[in-house]
Design a protein around this ligand. Structure first.
Ligand SMILES: [Zn+2]
Ligand SMILES: [Zn+2]
Length: 356
């Protein structure tokens, strides 16, 4: 049997290149030849062993683009063929449980996620995209990528899918509404794109970073105002911009206490605050009276469910230079170095990608 290579996380902090048989596919499945995979903001959690539900050994990687190398007869009925360029959503879902049927498949009762919680110790092994091939099982959501889209933009599909969810599905952003995005990481930047696409304006981004590229990208993606919270009184600035009315919708992506508090303060009366940032289950102190007195709608935002269709349309439109969000690309052999670089060089990176 022909062989292929994948980077296997054998246990926390230990990644090794391993050889596997290139598998045949079942009727409803596909095999993807991976062209590029992004290191997700969550990948370090598995790398460091902080996710107790993970069974090692594991092949990481769930933000990928590639070409279909093999496809079963049933899977072809979705309209795909060998050679098609596609991106695959992280979740493998049942389509039959209460959550799947209610459009919340990110909570599917039997959900598994590529590169997160499917060990590679059973055949066909290749359940993560840090490798030459990834096995795509039935229950996966596969989206077509246009030929002119750079790999770097295509592998951001699930990140942008999350942005679409926070801004559009949960935040219900409407034309000409003021959107405040808190945070300038990948999640903040995709939220700017989603807000621009939803017709929002003005779009205000507040955060702190010494990485100029992030500020520039926020602007290129459609931010009208940038507020460096280390240099400016953010609340005053937002009041100035909005004539005192503040922001109809706030998207909080940092999980930092001060930023969540800023979000509550900067939201307009009867506004919406979507909280997408996490803080490792820390308890936070927030002025909850502001939620009451302003009748704010506070919404938790996890991630995509039926939002990636819109994200892929945005990526295929080439309206935004999304590829600039990949700040560094490493070859597969250096995946461990790529991970360490991503974890330690926060001021130099937005998203780091691996090219098998
Ligand atoms: Zn991810
Ligand atoms: Zn389900």
């Amino acid at each position: 049997m022909e062989k292929c290579k994948s980077m296997v996380l054998e246990k926390p902090f230990t990644m090794r290149m391993k050889e596997f048989d290139i598998p045949d596919v079942a009727a409803e499945d596909m095999l993807l030849k991976v062209d590029m995979v992004g290191i997700c903001g969550g990948d370090p959690i598995e790398y460091e062993g902080r996710n107790k539900k993970v069974h090692y050994p594991l092949i990481l990687g769930h933000e990928m683009v590639g070409r279909i190398a093999k496809i079963g007869s049933e899977a072809q009925k979705q309209g795909f063929a060998v050679g098609d360029r596609v991106t695959v959503e992280p979740y493998i879902v049942c389509g039959k449980c209460e959550y799947c049927l209610n459009g919340l498949y990110q909570f599917c009762e039997t959900s598994r996620a590529y590169g997160v919680n499917i060990s590679c110790n059973r055949p066909p092994h290749l359940f993560g995209a840090y490798g030459e091939y990834m096995y795509v099982e039935r229950g996966s959501k596969v989206h077509r990528i246009a030929p002119e889209v750079p790999d770097e933009a295509a592998c951001m599909s699930s990140v942008l899918g999350n942005g679409v969810r926070w801004v559009r599905t949960l935040g219900q952003v409407k034309f000409r509404e003021t959107v405040l995005v808190l945070g300038l990481g990948a999640q903040g930047l995709v939220s700017v794109i989603a807000a621009k696409e939803a017709g929002a304006g003005p779009i205000i981004v507040a955060g702190k970073t010494r990485n100029n590229t992030k500020w520039e990208l926020a602007k290129e993606f459609g931010a009208d105002y940038l507020i460096d919270i280390d240099k400016t009184d953010a609340l005053e600035a937002i009041a100035d911009i909005t004539g005192g009315k503040m922001a109809e919708v706030v998207i909080e992506t940092t999980g930092a206490n001060a930023m969540m508090e800023l979000g509550i303060s900067a939201a307009k009366i009867a506004g919406r605050l979507v909280m997408a940032g996490t803080c490792g289950y820390a308890q936070n102190s927030l002025t909850t009276d502001l939620i009451v007195f302003k009748e704010l709608k506070v919404l938790g935002g996890l991630g995509q469910s039926w939002d990636t269709e819109i994200a892929v349309d945005i990526i295929n439109s080439r309206k935004y230079p999304i590829e600039k969000m990949i700040s560094q690309v490493f070859p597969l052999e250096r995946a461990d170095e790529a991970m360490k670089f991503y974890m330690t060089e926060k001021s130099k990176t937005i998203r780091v990608a691996i090219k098998p």
